[in-house]
Design a protein around this ligand. Sequence first.
Ligand SMILES: Cc1cc2nc3c(=O)[nH]c(=O)nc-3n(C[C@H](O)[C@H](O)[C@H](O)COP(=O)(O)O)c2cc1C
Length: 193
Amino acid sequence: MTVSKLFQPIKLGDVDLKHRVVIPPLTRFRANKQHILLPIVKEMYAQRASMPGTLLIAEGTFIDPRAEGYPFVPGIWSDEQIAAWKEVTSAVHKKGSFIYLQLGALGRNAYAAVINAQNYDLVGASDIPAPECPQIPGTPEENPPPQPLTIPEIKEYCTISFYSRITHHTSQKTREFFQMFVVTETESRKEKQ
Ligand SMILES: Cc1cc2nc3c(=O)[nH]c(=O)nc-3n(C[C@H](O)[C@H](O)[C@H](O)COP(=O)(O)O)c2cc1C
């Protein structure tokens, strides 16, 4: 009997997947007010990793307080947030599967009330408001126009303050952070023992 291509292995970069069913990033609003994942999330990802060799792409996650703007979506800038993600990645690796994180910054898509509560402005590449966003309970229906960033500010928003923070501010911690997502199958097996 021929096995459907969907269930045949494939090599993706360094990762050897046992099949081609991939979990896409799915925002579930399962973090607390400090953007720390709730304990249930570990179980959710571990369940989806239960077939060894599965690829999961974890939900869009804010990289900095200035990058946020939705309540209850996870972040990855504080020690507590990183610790909660480590529980998730460890649970996935124990199942012999792979997990990558989608890093995000909301920009003009943030809810003004939420980002303002962090003492940051709603900003964008121009003053054109974002097209309609999905409504989140408890958030206002309409945003004011975003404050347009200058070109240097855009560069800073996209690179210096965020990504260099990830690669620089927490150098050791960050290396661990990236390692916990990008784990080879061998490492994953080691974790299983
Ligand atoms: C509840 C829900 C949450 C989602 N969250 C994200 C997300 O965090 N990041 C993202 O890039 N896409 C997100 N998506 C889009 C899904 O990844 C997308 O629906 C999936 O890749 C399948 O693609 P399709 O909808 O074009 O068929 C979300 C979709 C749903 C239904």
